[in-house]
Design a protein around this ligand. Structure first.
Ligand code: DNO
Length: 346
């Protein structure tokens, strides 16, 4: 198990100097943020991330994310060019020592919450998802700014993109994901890079758009699409657990032995009724997930990939990027490292 920490690059208010002081962190998780989705990342930018990390004694072996161009998800004519660019990014990252690339296959919107700053009883602030509120949102009106939304679209572009998806079904997405994997996985094999798809967050369709990476059945189907162990998963506890029907421990014990969990996002959520939830501190006692049971299941099924604490609350007056401040994630990292030590020394 390698404990890592997400860093948003030189503009992140959380510095590499802060990150290196969190005990137990071996490396960073980052990306090149200056290149439009679908284009090739300059070698110098990759090398600069690596150099900055290594100067602080941190490894740079995980990228989150190399985003997938919408034309690939749509299976649009000409998307081969974007698949080839993706392959080139895999090659370049592999050359730079990257071992794992996280991506997702969610149409248009990445992770979605209805609130970025819900005040919890202890005075901290957390991200939250209220089912009714999200159902009432018209994304084109743009009345809400949410963290996973691509701010670069104008309203017109967003509307046009949603139109292109209007006939796209879950089955279409699966077919297009298969085509993407057929193109990229052979390159991952040559480059020694694991590809790790992030589950849809939340794991159900939103705004009328299909979502396909939602639970155990999806993993069954994903792994069958391409049998290479390079075709793996970023197991995000909080995303999958948002659907109370997903039994995470069962998922880990069932698929863990296949060694396709290349990367774990360990975070806790608290169910607040139906499909609503708020994000909680990492400790089991703070949310609905039994973190000890989940890490035990990972340990017992031979997990040897990368893990990171995921979204933190805003505590101690910190202001920062929603979910990605320093303090609560650092507490989470120490808690997870402690649990792992206890489990591995039993
Ligand atoms: C949110 C993150 C996601 C994740 C992407 C992976 O906090 O977990 O934005 O990075 O879905 O492509």
């Amino acid at each position: 198990m390698n404990m890592t920490f997400r860093w948003y690059g030189p503009d992140d208010p959380v510095s590499l100097g802060h990150i290196r002081q969190i005990p137990g962190i071996t490396g960073i998780v980052t990306a090149v943020y200056t290149v439009p989705v679908g284009e090739v990342w300059p070698r110098e930018e990759i090398a600069s991330l690596k150099r900055r990390a290594e100067e602080k004694g941190l490894a740079f072996e995980v990228v989150e994310s190399v985003p997938v161009h919408e034309d690939i998800k749509l299976g649009a004519p000409g998307c081969e060019r974007f698949i080839e660019n993706y392959c080139e990014n895999v090659r370049r990252l592999g050359e730079a020592g990257v071992k794992c690339i996280c991506y997702n296959f969610m149409p248009v919107f990445d992770w979605t919450r209805s609130e970025l700053s819900r005040k919890l009883p202890d005075g901290s602030y957390a991200l939250a998802y209220d089912e009714e509120t999200v159902r009432a949102i018209d994304p084109v009106k743009g009345e809400l700014r949410l963290p996973g939304w691509d701010e670069s679209y104008t309203k017109e572009e967003l509307w046009a993109l949603l139109q292109r998806y209007s006939q796209v079904t879950g089955e279409d997405l699966w077919r297009n994901l298969g085509r993407f994997l057929d193109g990229v996985i052979p390159v991952c094999e040559e480059a020694g890079v694991n590809l790790a798809i992030h589950p849809d967050d939340p794991p159900w369709p939103i705004f009328g758009l299909p979502r396909i990476i939602t639970g155990a059945d999806s993993y069954e189907r994903l792994f069958a699409l391409n049998e290479s162990p390079r075709n793996g998963v970023t197991l995000c506890f909080g995303s999958l657990a948002a659907d109370p029907q997903n039994d995470l421990e069962e998922i880990i014990r069932r698929f863990g032995p296949e060694h396709r969990f290349h990367f774990v996002h360990a975070r806790n959520i608290k169910h607040t009724g139906g499909r609503s939830f708020e994000e909680a501190a990492h400790l089991s006692l703070c949310g609905s997930l039994d973190m000890a049971a989940l890490l035990t299941a990972l340990y017992e099924t031979g997990f040897d990939g990368y893990i990171r604490p995921d979204h933190g609350r805003m505590i101690w007056g910190e202001k920062g990027r929603p979910g990605y401040g320093l303090y609560d994630r650092a507490l989470g990292a120490c808690y997870l490292t402690g649990l792992w030590e206890a489990i591995s020394k039993r």
